[in-house]
Design a protein. Structure first.
Length: 58
C-alpha cells in the first residue's frame, strides 16, 4: 500500500493543474474581452501620460 500513498499526491496535483489550465483557457476572450482590453489600454495610456521625457533624451 506504500505505492498508493506515494502516487496520490502527484495525481491530485496533476488533476488540479489540469483543471487550472482548462479554466484559464476557457476564460480567455469571450464577452468581457473588449472591456478588459479597453481597461488595459486606458491604464497604459495613463502610465505613458504620467512619464515626462528627460532632457537630452530625444
Amino acid at each position: 500500500m506504500d505505492y498508493v500513498s506515494a502516487l496520490v499526491p502527484p495525481v491530485v496535483m496533476a488533476v488540479f493543474f489540469t483543471g487550472l489550465i482548462v479554466t484559464i483557457v476557457k476564460t480567455q476572450g469571450g464577452a468581457n474581452k473588449a472591456k478588459e482590453d479597453a481597461a488595459v489600454d486606458a491604464a497604459i495610456t495613463r502610465a505613458e501620460a504620467g512619464q515626462t521625457p528627460k532632457p537630452g533624451s530625444a
